[in-house]
Design a protein around this ligand. Sequence first.
Ligand code: ADP
Ligand code: ZN
Length: 733
Amino acid sequence: MTLDSTDLFGALFDRRVVPVLVPMPAPRPYSYAVPEGMAVEAGSIVQVPLGPRLVVGVVWDGLDDGTVDPTKLKEIEKVFDCPPLTRDMRAFLDWVASYTVTPPGLVARMALRAPTAFDPEPMVEALRLTERRPERMTSARERVLATASDGFSWTRSGLAHAAGVSSGVIDGLAAQGVFETVFMPPPPVVATPDPDFAAPRLEGPQKEAAADLLTAVEERKFSVSLIDGVTGSGKTEVYFEAVAATLRAGKQVLILLPEIALTASFLERFQDRFGAKPAEWHSDLAPRTREKVWRQVTTGQVRVVAGARSALFLPFEDLGLIIVDEEHDPAYKQEDRVFYNARDMAVVRGRIGGFPVVLVSATPSVESRVNGEVGRYRPIHLPTRFGDAALPQLGVVDMRRHPPERGGFLSPVLLNQVGKAIGRGEQALLFLNRRGYAPLTLCRVCGHRFQCPDCSSWLVEHRFRGQIQCHHCGYSERTPEACPECGTLDHLVACGPGVERIAEEVERHFPDARTIVLSSDLMGVKRLRLELEAIARGEADIVIGTQLVAKGHNFPMMTLVGIVDADLGLANGDPRAAERTFQLLSQVTGRAGRTGLKSLGLLQTYQPQHPVMQAIVSGDSDAFYDREIHERERAALPPFGRLASIIVSADARSDAEGHARALRNAAPRVDGISVLGPAEAPLALIRGRHRFRLLVHGRRNSDMQSFLKAMIAGGPKERGSISVQLDVDPQSF
Ligand code: ADP
Ligand code: ZN
């Protein structure tokens, strides 16, 4: 700073002041003073005092409004030695905050990490050969010298390992001055993928699809392509071409996958194609690895990330393509703190960054399908399975005509096919999207039902663990022997099936088969990965699983898929129920017949005429989509109208209801927007909190965000235990 005497007064107060976004639910950035000599710019990641704590924040855009006396401001404590968030990234975070009506600091928090993540990685201590030779030669020493004579530096343990000696041998040589200590940069988390490592020969429709996709991708500007093709049609292979083209252009790539922690096979497949794995990003990474990946993404060392929805908030140095695989998957929606759909926000990020986005699905969401039809997205179709793999033959089992035996849930038709499949040495998958043994337990004598004390839900019996559990809050107790209501012993009955109960039935019928139950409550992610690999190697005959078996896995010997209860997802009143059920069942039946073997998918249902069953069995998804789209259009539901849900929760029911009512009364009058409710939320009680819901419905072009903001601003403050959650574009409505 230069001073001249005429500006003395100004200089005293002319401390530079910048807005800093802190990871808090504040409506806007706070002002901080910049200490003399500190270089900060918009996007710099800094540490600032906030109350009694030091927090990580980002220097934000816009000038300070000058309302605060700069001499009273706190100073920025430190600037981290890492690349600033780019202008595009800042614009993206602002956009997400404003679209989801969330304080920007909470959105920015998703792009930041703990302070330790920003310090440069320590250099690694290594050894390098000097001119000096050992005083006495041994064969072990000779091996070390031969190994280390490649001219590179080695870590102590790496060299000991490579030379096949104990580290004592190395220490001895170092003590004699045969080695000197040097420092090398930390190794990258993953090797660099090579776009030309093993390009496949694309065939038939794949070739056209890839050419079509590349036209869009190589323009290097914003566009959205929607690859729509049956499971096994080679969609992955096609979008890998877009990945390769982007890598050749020197840009980074993000591939979003809904269940990345389970898809080890995806990483291997990527490696087969590109010679190196992508960096993974999901909540099961070790904290140190997360920090490393974060840093190497910001510096551009990592070229490709395969990640869960949160990877969208990684501050890439130079992102050039986002792929959203299984774009219809509900796992892309986060319903916690910041309510956002990663698929939609990926499109926004592409628009802001001016690069292409590719959505991929065998069963696109109705929204994407409509966007494809009206030309907002570029549809790319892959109509048939790749190579000699045929889609499974699909059929319904009418449960009214083929009832299971007493106490069972599997029809004779399905059991017969399971027997045939395993008799041929192939595998069968029985799918039921319900964890545990039974979804409801009741007393045969007094009718008492076991309910969670804190939620409006039944306790689910988990027989393997000897517990009854709440699937909403995790409450559990030992499975009782007597009814707590009437005291009668041994008269409790399990109602309905969960996967554990199906396993019991399967074991009764096929005592010699190798049966395996896959359910997220029975094993952690590591175990699950191993089990999935074992199944792919053929080390199980019958697999019984929840929806985690549905996603992306390739089981070559799987020739039968049985859906235990195809009606399960249709029961609730959600307008999206049919779409979701169609997507899930298509995905599960798609696990069958991934190789040349003939395969079969059977749907057990009490409503064989239901449009979902008809669509799956006939393979005519167009008719199904047309019908769904028509229904949505008629009711002005998304994407033909807009929705937001407001959930008000509180410890006392009357508080929640009263606050919701007051919010409703605070709603401005806007043409084309209406508020429904309040009504009890679909789960009226969770973790002891009572929940009421308001649904805001608007025409397609209505300004939902301004409406919601006006409503919140005009309504009462959140007092005591009351909390309000806004969900723009809710999943269920
Ligand atoms: P989808 O993503 O549509 O389910 P995949 O891309 O997984 O389909 O392809 C299905 C199978 O066909 C995979 O095992 C894949 O390796 C194989 N495959 C697809 N395209 C090719 C190709 N051009 N050359 C060799 N194998 C291919
Ligand atoms: Zn509960």
